[in-house]
Design a protein. Structure first.
Length: 403
């Protein structure tokens, strides 16, 4: 069941105002083995609370549909992400001893927490709702959502609180974030660290990172709003990092109020965020960008009389681009280099997903790269394996690269 929200997810206020109007979309990452499994189009507008300024989506899709079986790309698949995670994990070792408890929320296949395991930390637990990921996890994992029941089990089984709680690119996916912070407060040990890494809304606005607009991302965080929620639960942000992951992300270290010295990075970033939280021109620019860039892509297709069109990339962002740019009915095939994502059908559009061999077999008029952050890698791979092709680059501005 998909429900429209009537109260702010952060402060429970009813003062919600629409700031970005988006076209209805299917659940973006539901590439199915059969056609017509995920055809439902669900509202997805971005709202802002007039009281606490938190930005969030207008609907709550069924979390069971989203996460019961999840098409994930583990960190280990991407060497750059993996290397940055090693540096991140190494920094966290300053706050924890080898016999203290580590808990990761939304642990995926355990790739991140496995860094601690390989370095001699013994007490590590993951919490992962997707059965297929929990089953193959590299660490001991509870196959459940993070909540009262799971926290009770952790405390009962380990007889100690967690010195480190990790929440990498999953907090934005949880509707009831107040419940998360309540349980983090009860599970986190004194002088412990709750670390959150998430895509950064400032970068979404500045760089037009449209792939972040999807039904999994229910929240659009700023350090300001994270810190507000933390303080409501007796916690506070004490250090902030801006990082390059996913085109632009933010990492916050959080502890019990008074446990850690507040780094100057916190006030610096919060001051920088004020204009993005209070000035509508940044959210308005997103709608204008979608309209202008989408029209440019459609014009390139029409002007060049492209009929045989292939999209390269099947991440959740590909669904956003296809839908918001209104090009979903123009694509014949979608390519993905991950065999697990091949021989499936895209949500709602039911476009077949295949390997890149389709380029030599189908001989497309043009290839549209739907993974813009990896454009150079994909373009070089295409040229190396299949020679020069007509390629449309969709970000930061639509551009046709002719063969």
């Amino acid at each position: 069941m998909n429900n429209k929200i009537t109260n702010c997810r952060l402060c429970n206020s009813k003062g919600l105002k629409k700031i970005i109007n988006l076209k209805k979309m299917p659940l973006g990452d539901k590439y199915a083995k059969k056609k017509n499994q995920y055809n439902e189009l669900i509202e997805i507008n971005i709202l802002q609370c007039t009281k606490c300024l938190h930005m969030q989506t207008s609907t709550v899709p069924s979390r069971e549909k989203l996460y019961k079986n999840y098409l994930s790309r583990p960190a280990a698949v991407n060497s750059n992400l993996s290397n940055s995670y090693k540096i991140y994990a190494q920094d966290l070792t300053k706050y924890i001893k080898k016999d203290e408890l580590i808990c990761e929320i939304g642990s995926n296949d355990g790739s991140f927490s496995n860094f601690f395991k390989l370095n001699g930390y013994k007490k590590i637990i993951g919490v992962e709702p997707a059965k297929n990921l929990a089953k193959k996890s590299l660490i001991k994992t509870y196959n459940n959502f993070f909540g009262d029941e799971t926290c009770f089990k952790i405390l009962k089984n380990f007889q100690q609180r967690a010195k480190l709680i990790i929440n990498n690119h999953s907090l934005s996916n949880i509707s009831d974030i107040r419940d998360v912070f309540k349980n983090v407060k009860s599970l986190l040990d004194r002088n412990g660290v709750y670390t959150i890494q998430t895509f950064y809304t400032v970068d979404v606005f500045k760089k037009f990172l449209l792939e972040n607009f999807n039904h999994e991302h229910l929240h659009y965080f700023f350090v300001t709003t994270i810190n507000n929620l933390a303080k409501k639960n007796g916690l506070e942000v004490f250090k902030v990092f801006k990082i390059n992951a996913k085109g632009g992300s933010i990492r916050t270290y959080i502890g019990h109020i008074g446990d850690h010295k507040i780094d100057k990075s916190v006030s610096k970033v919060i001051k920088e965020e004020e204009k993005y939280l209070k000035n509508r021109k940044y959210s308005n620019s997103v709608e204008k960008y979608i309209a202008k860039n989408g029209k440019k892509i459609r014009d390139l297709i029409k002007e060049n009389k492209f009929k045989k069109i292939v999209g390269y990339g099947t991440s959740i962002g590909a669904t956003t681009f296809l839908t918001q740019y209104k090009i979903n009915n123009k694509i014949n095939y979608l390519i993905d280099d991950d065999p697990f994502r091949q021989k499936r059908f895209s949500p709602a559009c039911n476009i077949p997903t295949v390997s890149n061999k389709i380029i030599s077999q189908f001989k497309p008029d043009v290839i549209i790269v739907l993974a813009p952050l990896y454009f150079d890698n994909i373009k070089n791979k295409i040229v190396k394996n299949f020679g020069k092709q007509n390629i449309i680059k969709i970000w930061p501005k639509a551009l046709l690269i002719k063969k």
